[in-house]
Write a protein that binds this ligand. Structure first.
Ligand code: NAP
Length: 505
């Protein structure tokens, strides 16, 4: 029975999904071990999973439930963010099942269907199940076809809800994305497809909406009249780790620009949604993505680079071509920077500079709005020599927070204006720790809340931006940069051409 005193629109209280199961294909993989399994433990620990929540793993191992539970326990102990509680773990582990098999094995999928049906009765999940495709993208079609064949994807046949979660990459260009979207939307129905862009699960990214639309302070200046330019940076100090095969096929633009950076751009540039509901927010994001323009002079305003051997944090690191399993003549980019426009009344003429790269000096993601200079300065020129552009910086990670940079008088009898900063840090202001992005997103899938998941149209509009860049770069050598530097010189020249410089985050 629902509580008559509780307003269903009140989002302050935590919501717990109804009884359900989650099936993870590729449960032995990197993502499942490092992110998904720990997130389930953290959700259980926070009391956010329904009683009897059933977790099913599927992979090609000759395993029983016990082997799976041991793998899951190790993953949770190694990577969960909340404290270890034996009783929580026991309860979660008691409802875990492993189904062995390969994706082309009909019998394994029949077995999965039976196991899930049986658990429907024993665990009271009444047909409610989500399926997480934590598998190589090339395997999506065969798994989706198996789910169609066995009726696993069928809401009516199962008697409950059925949802599917797809991880990036969502295709490798517009055509392959359309093909994938058509298939997955056809098997599940578009409302039941959840595309994970884990950046949207981050508190700071969601806070961008609060910052812009809950306050009256920023929105009046959030436009081309006051904003000179926007820089969105996602820098990583790490290299490619053990994912050479995937990365060498993909590159920085497809791996990061197409999804994370363009989603951050969409949230920064979108109009106010008429309501704080998924359809309204997705509509506004889509309008922005469709208004994004690629520069005509791609030679000057689309730069890609590849790291060479260098130094990072006092350690010598190898160049990209020397990384294990990377071809020594690889031309894949590990850095990409581009100047985009947003052709709307609000943003016409404001450049959006996006950059991402590996082996850069530090790991940081931020959105920086740089404001125009004051139209008139009633000071002597020397008084304001140290005054830069006012800036508002949203730091997505790490040191989550916001910085406002503006000019202030230096104390003393002389007149001198210099840049100062005002900081808001999540870690200092709130006692609650932010949940991991995957915790939030997995919970939303089970609750059926699609707010933070991009629509297939958004994915396709993003490929419309990236495809011309890829076509321009095809066959050309990337610029080189030393590991530990902020990308190639060409990226600095790109901004210098416009009379600007990159921020040092
Ligand atoms: N790792 C990350 O940090 C990360 C980040 C963002 C997105 N993603 C995306 O997440 C997905 C999974 O990535 P991952 O890094 O976890 O991949 P992975 O480590 O290569 O794991 C792949 C999983 O798929 C299973 N698998 C592969 N072929 C199979 C087959 N024919 N039949 C049954 N199972 C099969 C493997 O199981 P067995 O080999 O044990 O059978 C393994 O559990 C990919 O779409 C990737 O692009 C990953």
């Amino acid at each position: 029975m629902t509580n008559p005193l509780r307003d269903p629109r009140d989002r302050r209280l935590p919501r717990v999904p109804e009884a359900c199961a989650l099936v993870v294909f590729g449960i032995t993989g990197d993502l499942a071990r490092k992110k998904l399994l720990p997130a389930f433990y953290d959700l259980a620990n926070r009391g956010l999973l329904p009683t009897n929540f059933a977790l099913l793993g599927f992979a090609r191992r000759d395993w029983g439930d016990g082997d799976f539970i041991a793998l899951a326990e190790k993953a949770a102990r190694d990577y969960a963010r909340t404290e270890w509680r034996e009783d929580v773990w026991e309860r979660l582990a008691g409802n875990m099942r492993f189904v062995p098999g390969s994706f082309d094995d009909d019998e394994a999928f029949d077995n999965l269907t039976t196991t899930l049906n049986d658990m429907g009765d024993t665990h009271g999940i009444q047909g409610n199940a989500a399926f997480f495709l934590s598998i190589p993208p090339a395997m999506f079609p065969v798994v989706l076809q198996q789910m169609q064949r066995t009726g696993l994807a069928d809401n009516d046949r199962s008697g409950g809800w059925r949802r599917v979660v797809v991880e990036k990459p969502f295709g490798h260009d517009l055509n392959s994305a359309i093909e994938l979207n058509t298939l997955v939307d056809d098997v599940f129905g578009w409302r039941d497809v959840y595309r994970i862009d884990h950046y949207l699960g981050k508190e700071t990214v969601q806070n961008l909406l609060a910052l812009r639309f809950a306050n009256n302070l920023f929105e009046p200046i959030w436009n081309a009249h006051y904003v000179d330019s926007v820089q969105i940076t996602m820098a990583e100090d790490g290299g490619i780790g053990s994912r050479a095969a995937f990365y060498d096929e993909t590159g920085a633009a497809r791996d990061v620009l197409q999804n994370h950076l363009l989603q951050l751009l969409a949230l920064t540039a979108m109009e106010e949604p008429v309501q704080f509901i998924p359809s309204a927010i997705r509509t506004e994001k889509l309008k922005v993505l469709r208004a994004v323009t690629v520069p005509e002079d791609l030679d000057a305003y689309a730069v890609r680079g590849q790291y060479e051997q260098g130094w990072l944090a006092g350690e010598r690191v190898a160049g990209y071509q020397q990384e294990k399993d990377v071809p020594e003549d690889s031309t894949t980019e590990t850095f990409a920077a581009v100047r985009l426009g947003v052709e709307t009344r609000r943003w016409a003429g404001v450049p959006f500079y996006l950059r991402t790269g590996k082996r850069l000096p530090r790991r940081v993601t931020e959105i920086a709005l740089s404001f125009s200079k004051a139209p008139h300065l009633p000071f002597a020129k020397t008084d304001t020599e140290e005054l830069g552009h006012n800036q508002l910086v949203v730091r997505v990670q790490p040191d989550e927070g916001m910085t406002l940079k503006f000019g202030s008088k230096v104390p003393g009898s002389m007149m001198e204006v210099r840049d100062v900063s005002m900081d808001f840090l999540y870690g200092e202001t709130f006692t609650e720790a932010s949940p991991e992005a995957y915790e939030r997103l997995l919970l939303d899938v089970l609750l059926g809340d699609a707010m933070l998941f991009p629509l297939n149209e958004e994915v396709e509009a993003s490929w419309d931006v990236v495809d011309p860049l890829e076509a321009h770069w095809a066959g050309a050598e990337p610029h080189r940069y030393r590991a530990g530097e902020w990308g190639p010189d060409a990226a600095d020249q790109m901004l210098a051409r416009d009379g600007r410089v990159w921020r040092r985050p």
